[in-house]
Every structure is written in structure tokens, then in C-alpha cells.
Design a protein around this ligand. Structure first.
Ligand code: 4AD
Ligand code: MG
Length: 441
């Protein structure tokens, strides 16, 4: 009889029909000579399929190894009472075809890619690892999270733009630039699209971008990638407090979006006891952070106390964030330890109107600030930082052609996911991670 080809997600509306479903053998169980169960995977869901009698032996069903591709023909039936299957149905197979074989036995990837496998093996084999339950759940939730950010920005009326990744200006200092030859000229892979977003304000109003940033980080840490997905936004005619409110609203809205998305069932499997952050977020100035470290006996490596002006390294910052146990908006860093473009705090010009959002277990997920809007101040900042202003002419022009108060931020998507999805490292929160020593697959 005729069989309509369907996706697994459409099983419910096709109950009682004869259908054909194409997919990959996710799991299988052979029970004696006459009964075999296959869990079929097609990306839209999982379907339990039952092969009985001659379906098992006539065509050597042993060829159906894990990860082989098949099309299964049969009737979709409600599972008998007392049994469970995804969606409450199973396919009673009356015919099947092998589309693509996979090596079984000792060569089966699932034998090699166990939880105990070495991280190197897992990253070498990541093209196969992503077929697994955990890695594919993370990628699905990454998709839901990206949609959550876009939905939030859309609601706030921001335009999405796509700035270039090949650039000739630095944003966050020269030490983490990837250099390359661009038609005989020196160029870099972008560290941040912030400066380009700033140029869009007079053209489009508030804007955002979601694109890759690159950092030649020398540190092998679980929260640094050489290439990461950077979610950046720039907002015109705001105050520093508006920026903080926006960030808080964004983090909470994206969490709510993901928890209400159709991928939410995968979330529960990754992070059972997740508690959405409470509003308002704690706001803490850098100078109070220094005091917190001293009050809690956290010292520098040489045993001395932290003092105003010190760049607080990752380890003590994490200790403080983990001890406080909730998101912190860490504000108003000294000018010397922050980027050239940051606006000074009008109440204390040693400080900048800057913020890092710190999250327990992960650390900094957002860096943001108000930007210098005054031309003379910007020129002085280039000078202080030893930056040659000539390649920045277009950025400088923003202060000549109708400047405005504005601010913005960048959020590392993989860090956000490491927090929300309870992953140990950002390396497991992207498709194919890039870090020192790894550019494959
Ligand atoms: O704090 P950063 O360096 O700030 C900027 O790049 C600003 N220009 C952004 C802006 O205001 N538009 O980076 C922003 C965020 C960090 O808070 C962190 O979440 C993430 O980007 N990030 C990284 N994520 C993974 N691997 C790395 N090597 C990262 N470096 C920064
Ligand atoms: Mg930062």
C-alpha cells in the first residue's frame, strides 16, 4: 500500500496511517530472534520502531547498526497501555531499506565516545559527538537562545546589522588580535563589532549584531574561545542606568523565552535545578568589590591586599561571584584598566561608566559601558593608549558629525549558555570550538 513520507514531529497527526520515515538509528535493542526495537532519529524527534518476525530475519536486520541511515515503512500505532515511547506511539515496521550503512561492532562511534573518553578524542570526533543526546540538546537550546535574544531586541525596536569581520582597527587592545595579510595590507579578525555599531546609531537608531568575534587568547581556560559568538548592541540617548536596566531586562527575558520555547524539554535534562535569576540584580561598584575582597581575606598572588586600580583577575572575581551566589552588575571600573572608548563617570573622573555582568560558576558574561561622546576626550584617549588615530578616522567622525550620548555592551553567547545549560566549559556550547591547538573539525 501507499505510504506518505513524514517527519517524526508529525507522527501524532498520522496515527493509524501507513507512513515512511527516514532517519538514523539512534539506539537499538534486539530481543531474541524475532523482535527488535529501533529508536529512529530525524532531527525533529525520536520514534520507537518495532521490527518483528520476518522483518528481523528475512533481511538481515543486523546490517542496521547504530548511526546507519534507514527508511522504515509501517503503520503508526498508539503504544499499548503500560508501555512508554516518545510521543506515545510506535511504528510497526512492515518494510525497510538501508540508505547508508555505518560501521558497527568495535568501530561503532558510540563505543568510543563514552562519557569517559578523553576531551581530545571528543573534540576530534565532534562531528559525530553532536549526534548524541547531550550535545544535540545543547545545540537546540543554543538555537532557542539566539531566537530569544533576537525576539528581545526586536521587541525593543533595535535593527540587526552584520558588520565586517575583517578589519583594520582594534577594540579591546592589541594583545589578542589575529593578524592576517589582506591583499598585501595588514588586517585583523574583529575582536568586537562595537565601533561599527556606533556608526549605525545616526543611520538606524538602536542596533545590534550577532556575529563571531576572535581573540588570540593565550590562556587555556574553560571560558575562553579563540572564536566566539558575540551578541552586541548599541543604544543612543541613554544614561548609564538605562544601560543597566536594559541588560537586566535582556537576561531575564531571554531566560523566560528559552524556558517557554519548544526546546524547553531538553533544558530540563541539562539543568534540572535551574533557578531563573531574581530581579533586580545586585549592583556593586568596583571600589566595593575591592573592599569585599579585602573583607573576605582574598589576597593577590604575592600575598598583598588588592588596592584601587588593580585589575581583578579571573580567579578572585569568580570567588567573589560564587560566594555572593547571584548575578552581579559590577560597575565603574578605573579608567586605566578599561578600554580607550569608555566614558568617564561625571561624578568621579578616575572612574568609567562601565559594567561587567558576573554570573556564578561562569564569571563575566557581559562587558559594557557608556562611550566617550566628546571629540577632544576621544583624541586624548587615543593618545593615552598609544593608538594611532588614522585608521579610526570613521569612528572619530561620529564625534564630529552630530555626536550623542550612547552606550552598549557585548555578551559572549557561549558563556551565557555555559551558565544557563550548566556546562563545565564554553567549548561544549558551540558547534566546533576553536581554542589554542584546535582548528578541526
Ligand atoms: O568584555 P569584552 O572584551 O568587551 C568588548 O568586546 C566590548 N567591545 C563589547 C561591547 O561593548 N560591544 O567582551 C564582551 C564579552 C565578555 O563579557 C565575554 O562574555 C565574551 O565577550 N568574551 C569571550 N567569550 C569567549 N571567549 C573569549 N575569549 C571571550 N572574550 C570575551
Ligand atoms: Mg570584558
Amino acid at each position: 500500500p501507499q505510504a506518505k513520507q513524514i517527519k517524526i514531529r508529525d507522527s501524532t497527526s498520522n496515527r493509524g496511517q501507513r507512513v515512511v520515515v527516514c532517519g538514523w538509528v539512534h539506539r537499538h535493542r534486539v530481543q531474541g530472534k524475532d523482535l527488535m526495537f529501533i529508536w529512529l532519529r530525524d532531527g525533529t524527534g525520536f520514534l520507537q520502531c518495532v521490527l518483528t518476525g520476518q522483518m528481523c530475519h528475512t533481511y538481515n536486520a543486523v546490517t542496521l547498526q547504530l548511526e546507519s541511515t534507514v527508511s522504515l515503512y509501517g503503520t503508526l500505532k498508539e503504544v499499548p497501555a503500560g508501555k512508554t515511547a516518545p510521543g506515545g506511539h510506535e511504528l510497526q515496521v512492515d518494510y525497510w531499506e538501508l540508505i547508508g550503512a555505518a560501521p558497527g561492532g568495535d568501530e561503532a562511534i558510540t563505543n568510543k565516545i563514552s562519557a569517559e573518553a578523553s576531551p581530545d578524542l571528543l573534540y576530534d570526533q565532534r562531528h559525530l559527538v553532536i549526534r548524541g543526546d547531550t550535545a544535540s540538546a545543547v545545540l537546540r537550546l543554543r538555537h532557542a537562545t539566539l531566537r530569544g535574544f533576537r525576539a528581545f531586541f526586536d521587541k525593543k525596536g533595535l535593527y540587526e546589522v552584520t558588520p565586517p569581520l575583517m578589519v583594520q582597527t582594534q577594540v579591546e587592545g592589541g594583545s589578542t588580535l589575529f593578524h592576517f595579510q589582506y591583499y598585501g595590507e595588514e588586517a585583523y579578525l574583529t575582536q568586537s563589532s562595537q565601533l561599527y555599531l556606533e556608526t549605525c546609531l545616526p543611520a538606524l537608531g538602536d542596533v545590534y549584531c550577532i556575529t563571531e568575534s576572535f581573540r588570540a587568547e593565550k590562556s587555556h581556560t574553560r571560558r575562553h574561545l579563540a572564536e566566539y559568538t558575540h551578541i552586541e548592541a548599541e543604544l543612543a540617548f541613554i544614561t548609564f542606568n538605562d544601560l543597566l536596566d536594559f541588560l537586566e531586562d535582556m537576561v531575564c527575558s531571554v531566560v523566560d523565552f528559552v524556558l517557554a520555547s519548544k526546546e524547553a524539554p531538553y533544558f530540563k535534562e541539562l539543568h534540572k535545578d535551574f533557578v531563573p535569576p531574581k530581579r533586580p540584580f545586585r549592583r556593586m561598584d568596583y571600589s566595593d568589590g575591592i573592599k569585599w575582597l579585602n573583607d573576605n581575606g582574598i589576597k593577590k598572588e604575592d600575598g598583598s591586599d588588592y588596592v584601587f586600580g588593580d585589575d581583578i583577575p579571573e580567579a578572585p572575581e569568580r570567588k567573589m561571584t560564587d560566594a555572593i551566589g547571584e548575578p552581579i552588575m559590577f560597575c565603574r571600573f578605573p579608567v586605566e584598566i578599561k578600554s580607550f572608548y569608555m566614558k568617564r563617570d561625571p561624578k568621579d573622573t578616575k572612574l568609567t561608566e562601565s559594567v561587567d555582568v558576573l554570573i556564578p560558576n561562569v564569571g563575566e558574561i557581559v562587558g559594557g559601558s557608556m562611550r566617550i561622546s566628546d571629540l577632544a576626550e576621544l583624541l586624548a584617549a587615543y593618545k593615552r593608549e598609544g593608538i594611532d588615530p588614522s585608521p579610526y578616522y570613521w569612528f572619530t567622525d561620529q564625534r564630529k558629525y552630530g555626536t550623542c550620548e550612547h552606550g552598549g555592551f557585548g555578551l559572549g553567547l557561549e558563556r551565557f549558555l555555559a551558565w544557563m545549560l550548566n556546562r563545565y566549559t564554553v567549548r561544549d556550547c558551540c558547534l566546533y570550538p576553536r581554542f589554542p591547538g584546535r582548528a578541526q573539525p
